[in-house]
Ligand binder design. Structure first.
Ligand code: NI
Length: 196
């Protein structure tokens, strides 16, 4: 698998340090898959878009498609959430029924529950939006080996972030990760091969 799926919302030159860190994280996730997904995933505490507290236990027993991003993202997140949604619609309904699509905010300071609820409506009908406190989000990012960093300290900051869609098994371990901007039909095919 090629590991070229990094989200760049601005120039590589300006953020070469961040990109270097990102490369290290990409290597980690490749290793995780080979070793059975043990390095990606685990316990978390967050708030869903209905303003209810949730943990990883609420998602066990179903496959999960997870994407980490933020609602103010100009292009990368909407693209990948659209791909995730389209892929789920292409999957055999009997399989799709067993998959929970999840969008986790990496920008909890701006992504309120109300904003998440509004945002996810643009994508799949089953999509669940998760946000939380800064500490809760930091914890799940660490568990999923997600890297993100604010571009600056202005009110309209962008967030540079890894852009993987994770397919998690029913026991909460990683089955596969999909790169940014993978065509939805390819994602659907791989989901159907793995999520059964
Ligand atoms: Ni984004």
């Amino acid at each position: 698998m090629t590991l070229n799926a990094r989200a760049r919302h601005y120039s590589t030159a300006r953020f070469s340090g961040a990109i270097l860190v990102l490369t290290v994280f990409l290597s980690c996730s490749a290793i995780a898959e080979k070793s059975g997904g043990k390095l990606i995933g685990g316990a978390f505490n967050l708030i869903n878009h209905h303003n209810e507290p949730v943990t990883e236990k609420d998602f066990l027993g179903k496959f999960m498609l997870v994407y980490f991003g933020y609602t103010y993202c100009p292009d990368v997140c909407p693209t990948d959430l659209q791909i995730m949604s389209e892929a789920l619609r292409m999957v055999d309904p009997a399989i799709a029924r067993d998959i929970t699509p999840v969008f986790v905010s990496i920008d909890p300071e701006r992504d309120t529950v109300a904003l998440m609820a509004q945002y996810i409506r643009h994508f799949h009908k089953n999509l669940i939006g998760l946000t939380g406190t800064v500490d809760q989000v930091r914890a799940i990012k660490s568990k999923y080996r997600v890297y993100s960093a604010k571009s600056d300290n202005t009110a309209n900051y962008l967030v540079d972030h890894t852009a993987y869609t994770y397919l998690m098994n029913k026991d909460g371990t990683l089955l596969k990760h999909f790169n940014h901007a993978l065509p939805p039909e390819k994602m659907a095919k791989q989901i159907m091969a793995l999520a059964r």
